[in-house]
Design a protein around this ligand. Sequence first.
Ligand SMILES: Nc1ncnc2c1ncn2[C@@H]1O[C@H](COP(=O)(O)OP(=O)(O)OP(=O)(O)O)[C@@H](O)[C@H]1O
Length: 591
Amino acid sequence: MSLDNIRESVQNISEAIASVVGVDVTVVDDILKRVAGTGSYKKCIGENISFNSAFGDVLKTGKSLIIEEPRKHEVCLRCEVRGSCIEFAEVCCPIILEKEVVGVIGLIAFDEEKRDKILENKDNLMNFLGRMADLVASKLLESKNTKEIELLAKKLEIVIDCVDKGIVLVDNEGNILMENKNAIDIFGLKGLKGKKIQSIIGKSQYDNIIKNGSKLSNIEFSYKDKKNQIRGFFDASPIEIDNKSIGVVFVFSKISDVLSIVNRVSTGTITTSFEEIIGTSSILDETKKKAKKASISSSTVMIQGESGTGKELFARAIHFSSSRSKGPFIALNCSAIPEHLLESELFGYEEGAFTGAKRGGKEGKFLLASTGTLFLDEIGDMPLHLQTKLLRVLQEGMIEKIGGKSPIPIDIRIIAATNKDLEQMVDEKEFRDDLFYRINVIPLQIPSLRERKEDIIILVDYLIKKCNKKLGKDVKGVSDEGMKALLNYSWPGNVRELENSIEYAVNMSSSSVITLQSLPKRILKNDYSSLDDKGIINLQELEKREIIKTIKYCKENNISLKEGATFLGIGKATLYRKIKEYNIEIRSENL
Ligand SMILES: Nc1ncnc2c1ncn2[C@@H]1O[C@H](COP(=O)(O)OP(=O)(O)OP(=O)(O)O)[C@@H](O)[C@H]1O
């Protein structure tokens, strides 16, 4: 920053000096540009003076100078404009700021009388001019500091606006003094103007912060303006300067932003496309075409199919091809969660809603899936009282947390799935008919692997490559005999079972080809004794026998049923459900 930037102040000082002393004044900056001047030099402001002049000399040496006889003084001898010089005498003083000469101030006599005035008083005037030089320097420093503060404030504003949270500064009374762009995005401009923070976080909460003077983090808030209900979390940091509280800084996050981070971390960013659904059979092709159409729509999809057929895979592909793909895909297996916990998993609860409720409450899957898709797997296992609540949610588009005081609007798409015959369940009054019709808007039947045996070859190839990658192996394929066995097997656990069998075989195989011997024993021991006269085995009978076989194997080999379930290509919960369904007595001596 140069004296040129504070021309107006320097000119004012110069005029004041001129009127007090009765001699004209001029000031030049660090490049010898005249920034102020009285008398004959007033009209020359903005012009540059010679570097070889007396002013140039003072700028170079940093020493004061008195020229009693201009044009004859040794300094003047070098000056190229000496011939046209109109001065009779001058006193020049350097203006020094932070040890640097930033300009020169001078008293100039333009006639004999002023010359005498200067020479009679030269010591006093030199002293006075030195003080005036300090005054000009302090003006420059002040202006420099103000500029720096302005710059710092601007930088801070830019940094604060870059923070993707709402920052609000309030005074001790809670009056909002400052907010960043994100705070305006969260609450709206009108939401903050002239407001007190107490209207957002509550009076008692604010009084506590002020009273205790300690930092708070992740406190939930819910604020309702004229149109919207805004929910989220805030941190509060009281600010103290010189041991005196001057206010509080609040940092707000919207619940939707917090949830999207939670979803990113918990569900990852892995997407699923229809290309990942392997198979070229016409029945699978038709199913994929229908699913693609479903992905364009926002209607509820009901996926039916046996266990392990790829229902979740289809649900994911529909979500990630839909307009909601940027939102989360949240899956909830209704049969895997104990009945009494299912409601809180779905709806969430407020702090203190019941004994044992977690501090801060819990977000349910309905809210976690906001702007995305909620996949309700095994919906046939949802208890009747929850079916009623789910129907209400679908009809009203609102949920109420357990222990919650007001309904919260939700924005989700539901994809449900089951391996049960829901229509039969409706007939038997085990599933609500109104809910069934509400969710069965786009029904999608996923074919079992038995119905598309031609896909086994391509799936095996795909799964071997997948396992090679996972296990660092280099298996090239399956022997003819091995493939025959795979094609002959009934695959009650569908693609999941095939997936597990291939992983087992890739692990067991000692050559680059999977032989019959490296396949799981149950595939080799495919029992055809219960074929009917058409050569077909009753599937339920087959399933029951495979389950009994697995339980026996687990007992004999001291293996958990959880691991046994993976042999069948199903989850633990599904295995227990089937054991119950087929009335298999696990503790029986015969097993
Ligand atoms: N067509 C397919 N192509 C590739 N992989 C598949 C296919 N179908 C299923 N899978 C794989 O099989 C496994 C089981 O699939 P998924 O979990 O989607 O089945 P599901 O029908 O939802 O099972 P469940 O009824 O037990 O919940 C997954 O690892 C999935 O990636």
